[in-house]
Ligand binder design. Structure first.
Ligand SMILES: [Zn+2]
Ligand SMILES: [Zn+2]
Length: 220
């Protein structure tokens, strides 16, 4: 196995796999969690990850299909799929919302993606603890986006994305509420963190996130 992207997180280690979006494997004294489930073309890899890693639960940070397409495989294995209640109708396929540039295309794309049976979904709320990790609400990109934080490490979903030149926000067209996403980023920048693990791209330092948050203040 490749080296972890974080260790010593209250006795937990975090490994990263990129299945289009980032998938994080968390293991520690209280158990094992997998955060996000990758994009549909990577479903076979996600199935292999589930078999090898044997998590207790899957947490999906938000509804978008590049983070959730393997979730049905976790449900099939009997795992609970944890998500903010605002995301449940989209994960279950009762509603469709995928922000793409062509009107109507997002819904068509969403409809062809496998969904999670409602009985596998579990609501988690901001402030709750999941295996000792604190659940944070990171709204804007979607209404019910969640992060997980522990010992200065934040798994951030698409509240921030990484690239070689630093921290960014998803393009406004891909977020339900871009101003809300800017506000959430300012909130993240104020947290006492040592490492930020984004939904796309490499791990970020808190300083990279603060730099992007300050740029947002200038632009808005
Ligand atoms: Zn997203
Ligand atoms: Zn994404």
């Amino acid at each position: 196995m490749r080296p972890p992207v974080a260790e010593g997180v209250g006795g937990w280690r975090v490994h990263l796999r990129t299945l289009h979006a980032n998938v994080y494997l968390l293991d520690g004294p209280e158990g094992r969690l997998i955060v996000d489930a990758g994009a549909l073309p990577f479903a076979p890899q996600f199935a292999r990850l589930l078999r090898a890693f044997r998590p207790d639960a899957l947490l999906v940070t938000h509804r978008h299909v590049d983070h959730t397409s393997g979730a049905f495989l976790a449900a099939r294995r009997g795992l609970p799929v944890l998500a903010h209640p605002a995301e449940h109708p989209f994960l279950a396929g009762e509603r469709h919302d995928l922000p793409l540039r062509v009107p109507g295309l997002g819904e068509r794309v969403s409809r062809v993606h496998p969904k999670v049976p409602p009985q596998s979904l579990r609501g988690v709320s901001p402030g709750e603890q999941v295996h000792g990790w604190t659940v944070l609400h990171l709204p804007g990109h979607t209404a019910g986006q969640l992060g997980l934080m522990r010992d200065g490490v934040l798994i951030a979903g698409d509240a921030v994305v990484g690239s070689r030149d630093g921290a960014h926000l998803p393009r406004p067209v891909y977020s339900a509420d871009h101003r809300g996403a800017e506000e959430t980023l300012r909130h993240v920048a104020e947290l006492d963190l040592r490492l930020v693990l984004p939904g796309h791209g490499p791990p970020l330092t808190p300083e990279q996130v603060r730099r992007r948050a300050r740029r947002g203040e200038v632009n808005s």
